[in-house]
Design a protein around this ligand. Structure first.
Ligand code: GLV
Length: 331
């Protein structure tokens, strides 16, 4: 008998077909959002699950599912998974790094350019019929070329952003939990600085660090106050890294020039203060959303699930295990 797995949200039909060659698949192609109770009920008797970044897999859920052996997240971020609880229970957890790095960095650039050069605000201005004549100071923004980029969190995506910055003749500063090897810094032309220096010296600050208790509200009122009044702030990482209430206030009072946000605290809800200020570009968590990349993420999550559950002779080893310590004592 094939093991049973759940795919919590709609994904590409051919990925479901791929999984169905190995498992009895309980899919959700109608894309209903499963709340905690519905998720628990649908996971009863399942050996594995392909989750989305919005599905919470916490200690309570894990304790209620003694047959669960693998949780494969279709996202690089995994703050929705309680990794210590999964590890203690002997459950393999995987994510989808690498396949989304370049696409996400491209989008970071789109958000940065749109924010600095007021692209969405300009479009609204035009569509609203407010464009009557040219004027020297109409919708003037901040330069990207030749400016200073500050990258907070210098993992794969941060490094891909830094590589792009070379084409814009930018000075690249970064701050990270651990400093990169000197050879990588040289290749990226990036200089390690303290978080304070990064905030004070950057023209454009981009957040690409993982979310967890240690990065909750890493950017709040005090940090926004350290930034240049001409600076932009771009959040590509996770809601909760920025205190959205403090940011809305800083944008309203023009304490900073503008922000570009793809992620929000409590999304899909957005802080009402962010919806009423013009100097913010808002996108609905789409940084990895190219056709090719979303397909690669779904396929990687599916292959991870097949491998983690040893489902078939060609199963192999899961490619991106978050908790490798579990491999010796898997359920
Ligand atoms: C998206 O936010 C991801 O973590 O992949």
């Amino acid at each position: 008998m094939k093991p049973s797995v759940l795919v919590t949200r709609a994904i590409f039909p051919d990925v479901i077909e791929h999984l169905a060659r190995h498992f009895d698949v309980d899919d959700n192609q109608q894309d209903a959002v499963l709340d905690a109770d519905a998720l628990k009920a649908r996971l009863a008797g399942k050996a594995g699950v392909l989750t989305n970044a919005a599905d919470r897999v916490d200690a309570g859920l894990i304790a209620a599912l003694p047959g669960l052996r693998a949780v494969c997240n279709m996202a690089v971020g995994y703050n929705n998974l309680d990794i210590p609880a999964l590890t203690a229970a002997g459950i393999v957890a995987t994510n989808t790094p690498d396949v989304l790095t370049e696409t996400t960095a491209d989008f970071g650039w789109a958000l940065l350019m749109a924010t600095a050069r007021r692209v969405t605000e300009s479009e609204h201005y035009l569509r609203d019929g407010r464009w009557q004549r040219w004027s020297y100071d109409m919708l003037v923004g901040m330069d990207v070329y030749g400016s200073t980029l500050g990258i907070l969190g210098m993992g794969r995506i941060g490094q891909a952003l830094a590589r792009r910055a070379a084409g814009f003749g930018m000075t690249v500063l970064y701050h990270n939990r651990s400093r990169l090897p000197e050879s990588t810094e040289q290749a990226l032309n990036a200089r390690y600085v303290s978080k304070d220096e990064l905030l004070q010296q950057s023209d454009h600050v981009v957040l690409v660090l993982p979310y967890g208790p240690q990065s909750h509200h890493v950017i709040g009122a005090a940090e926004l106050n350290q930034m240049k009044p001409t600076a932009t702030l771009i959040n590509l990482a996770r809601g909760g890294i920025v205190d959205d209430a403090a940011l809305a206030q800083a944008l309203k009072t023009r304490r900073i020039f503008a922000a570009g946000l793809d992620v929000f605290e409590g999304e899909p809800d957005v802080h009402p203060g962010l919806l009423t200020v013009p100097n913010v570009v808002l996108t609905p968590h789409i940084a990895s959303a190219s056709e090719k990349t979303r397909r690669a993420m779904a396929m990687l999550a599916a292959d991870n699930l097949i491998a983690a559950l040893d489902a078939g002779p060609d199963a192999g080893h899961p490619q991106s295990v978050i908790n490798p310590a579990v491999m010796g004592h898997r359920r």
